[in-house]
Design a protein around this ligand. Sequence first.
Ligand code: C2E
Ligand code: CA
Ligand code: CA
Length: 570
Amino acid sequence: MNSFIKMLLVVPDQGEYRMIRDLLGQVLHTDYQLEWRDSLDQALKDILTEPVDVILLDYHWPAGNSTHLLTAARSQGCRVPIIVMTDQMEAEVDRTAIRHGASDYLIKGRIDSQLLERTLRYAIERKAAEQRLADLAHYDPLTGVANRILFRERLEHAVRVAQRDQSAFTLMYLDLDAFKQVNDSFGHDAGDVLLMTCAERLNRCIRVTDSVARIGGDEFTLLLEQVHAPKDVAQLAQKVIDTLAEPITLAGHLIRIGCSIGIASYPEAGNNLDALQKHADLAMYQAKQVKGSHYHFFSEALNHEVHRFLKLESELRLALQEEQFVLHYQPRVDLSTGAVLGVEALLRWQHPQRGLVTPDTFMSVAESSGLIVPIGYWVMRQACRALLHLQEQGLPEIIMAINLSVCQFNDDALVVNVGEILQQERVEPGRIEFELTETTLMENLDRIALCLRALSHLGCSFSLDDFGTGYSSFVHLQRLPIAAMKIDRTFIADISNRLEDSRLVAAMVTLAHSLGKDVIAEGVETVEQQQLLLEFGCDQVQGYFYCAPLPLDTLLQKIADGVSAVTEPL
Ligand code: C2E
Ligand code: CA
Ligand code: CA
């Protein structure tokens, strides 16, 4: 069977063109489609835009030799085998040509059709084999896009070109949301399909001059050589987000893929490879802090913010090791009888320089760094000990409320660990109530529902914290074993001077009761608020009006004295 080879002949004169054409005409079994260029500049342009199988190039030209074409073609990524034709007895020339990227050489006076055919074929085959090896080393076998090694090479090249030409380019780091969940819930085959789909969609978003790479499990990069104006970059990032979000069917489930994108542009975000990579990564990290798909540009302010974050993270780690955390406890009071039904454990950080620090300054760092998991276990253990102490001091029926952030459910061992802590600390699970924040609860409902059911089998109960601030659907809430709603203190703040607020809170109480849940109002600070809540039929209250969060020993004293007098927060 005849094969077909496309060849570009780059020689200055027509005599040589005719000679090669005639020699190729004598070759059996292979059809050559021959293109002739008699200018090096034109040839270079065509080499980079019109793919051919092999190039035959004259070494000597009237204006000098052709090594610059070789170098330019290779440095701009041309992988086609190039065979150089030299005159006789020019061993040095042959070596120079090979060094500049020629695949082989032919000596003009000695070429016959057989030698020509063999040389061309051999060069093509060798190049193809090299290419296969290079592909293995440079491409991700699953998705077919560039791997980390090729990405780095391309980035190095982009930096060199930009430095030389004083041009610009943009780097994007992209991380898929929920990839781990897909792998865990639908299996690795589904995870693979997801990655392949993403790679294909990313390729769809970019121009031919841009490139996609997969540099880690679910991390991709985009290198954009042409897009640079922030507006265009932002538009492209949004396009990527929208394209990835198109529904995809995995293992029979229709899902949408979210992602976080960090953007670093040369030269603003760094003028070298490492700075750009680090800054794109930081920007991505920042994008991740926002719920849902999001992109974020690197800036110095961001850099500063990230350093602050990292510093706080390492301080928190140290705080955990060195036992700088303490718990304060705020009573929950039965609104109609004034009896203390329980206490809520609230985390404090006894900072060696800054003094007592409240969670609003460090909770988001603890959550996004994952440190809330070990801190959370420390809280549970500590709260259990405090509960035993309170029981020993004559409060046997009291409930200990412990805040649980949704990140803590990322720990697969949560249920087992809680069970273990309760057992080791000899606390009856029925005395523990976990407070879950509404805003984040809906994100991972299925998984959390499973954990809650397991924990409620142990005997623990749950309340919904900050009720009113999130977007809980009641249908979903009904699926969770939640016994009480805690109305967020922002709703309570104005009930005595804004009619709308008081109506809203009244409605919330009615609603919660109609769902069979108890109602706890937080942040009660005044007697007027207390009176209104009593009218609305609210069950329990918590707030400075009764008692601020206190250390355990002070709390006992306070309870003994009665909690209905106003106390200032510590
Ligand atoms: P939260 O669960 O809504 O806790 C109630 C917050 O309101 C506490 O702030 C408490 O000190 C404050 N507060 C209580 N009564 C009043 C009042 O009458 N007026 C006003 N203005 N505020 C009042 P805190 O202790 O700073 O805690 C802030 C948040 O940090 C908590 O909000 C909770 O979401 C989180 N948190 C605290 N401890 C832990 C913990 O151990 N684990 C987890 N995951 N989160 C915690
Ligand atoms: Ca709470
Ligand atoms: Ca709350």
